[in-house]
Ligand binder design. Structure first.
Ligand code: NAP
Length: 246
């Protein structure tokens, strides 16, 4: 009996190992095959693009002018097969689309990206405007994220990264300790996937609920921009969330 068991184990082990290896290869190649389109090549696009590339994603920047010198420099800095193309070409290639354009350009940009059904949009934007006295306020009663979802209902919008400076996005260690990225969205699977990516970038995440809560996350950023009114550069104080450790 024991001998039979030994033969069984001898035959079984290589088969199990083979299945595990095939499984691992398919997971790795599925991840490597994924493309992230980063729409907007400014501070946020330039901070997040290289972070996605570090994780093995192919990054395609979507720019109004992909041949611009700063865009080409960003492509080079990102490496790992990164490219730049028009906003719609990039979005069509991306499995995940990161929206990193100014609020004033969001509607036109999103509506010009073509059919994005089935893709995930990571919305980093904040629907804010400047008042006549220079201070900032919400530009809409709801949120950029909710509006984007209504303009392109076939996508899964996940709001993330909007509550922190692009400098911390690029290098979480600048915060001198853990940084929590609050994430909201209505598609649980998409939200989970985005959380896993953000965690792989070295952040903690917290699921703060449905997309409806994006309006609260966007409100939080109003005060961060106050230094701009006072003549600062908008990063005069650190701004991010950190979970309590006790
Ligand atoms: N800066 C931060 O720390 C921070 C933090 C959290 C969230 N956010 C949000 O993230 C979004 C992007 O912020 P950002 O600081 O990266 O802005 P930014 O430095 O001004 O870059 C925005 C990019 O969007 C593209 N774009 C498309 N249409 C545009 C238009 N009509 N006018 C200007 N640029 C246009 C441009 O890239 P191309 O020229 O290549 O098209 C531009 O480089 C904003 O909604 C902001 O509220 C910013």
């Amino acid at each position: 009996m024991l001998q039979k068991y030994g033969v069984f184990r001898l035959l079984c082990c290589p088969v199990v190992v083979l299945f595990v290896v095939i499984g691992l290869i398919s997971i790795v190649s599925a991840q490597a095959a994924e493309t992230v389109a980063v729409i907007g090549t400014g501070r946020v696009g330039g901070a997040l693009g290289p972070r996605f590339a570090e994780l093995g994603y192919t990054v395609v920047y979507g720019s109004r002018d992909p041949s611009k010198q700063n865009v080409q420099e960003l492509v080079e800095l990102t490496g790992k097969g990164a490219m730049a193309s028009s906003q719609s070409e990039a979005a069509q290639q991306g499995d995940i689309v990161v929206l990193a354009v100014p609020w004033s350009a969001v509607e036109q940009t999103v509506k010009g990206l073509g059919n994005l059904d089935g893709k995930i949009i990571i919305d980093v934007t904040n629907a804010l405007r400047r008042r006549t006295d220079g201070y900032f306020e919400k530009a809409v009663p709801t949120s950029a994220a909710e509006l984007i979802q209504s303009w392109v209902p076939g996508v899964s919008v996940v709001k993330a990264f909007n509550t922190m400076s692009y400098l911390v996005m690029a290098d979480p260690s600048l915060a001198g300790g853990p940084v929590t990225v609050p994430v909201v969205g209505d598609d649980k699977n998409a939200k989970k996937k985005v959380q896993e990516i953000i965690e792989a970038m070295g952040f903690e995440t917290e699921d703060l609920g449905p997309l409806l809560y994006a309006r609260h996350l966007e409100s939080m950023t109003v005060l961060h921009l106050t230094p701009l009114f006072k003549g600062g550069d908008g990063d005069l104080f650190e701004y991010y969330l950190r979970k309590r450790s006790d």
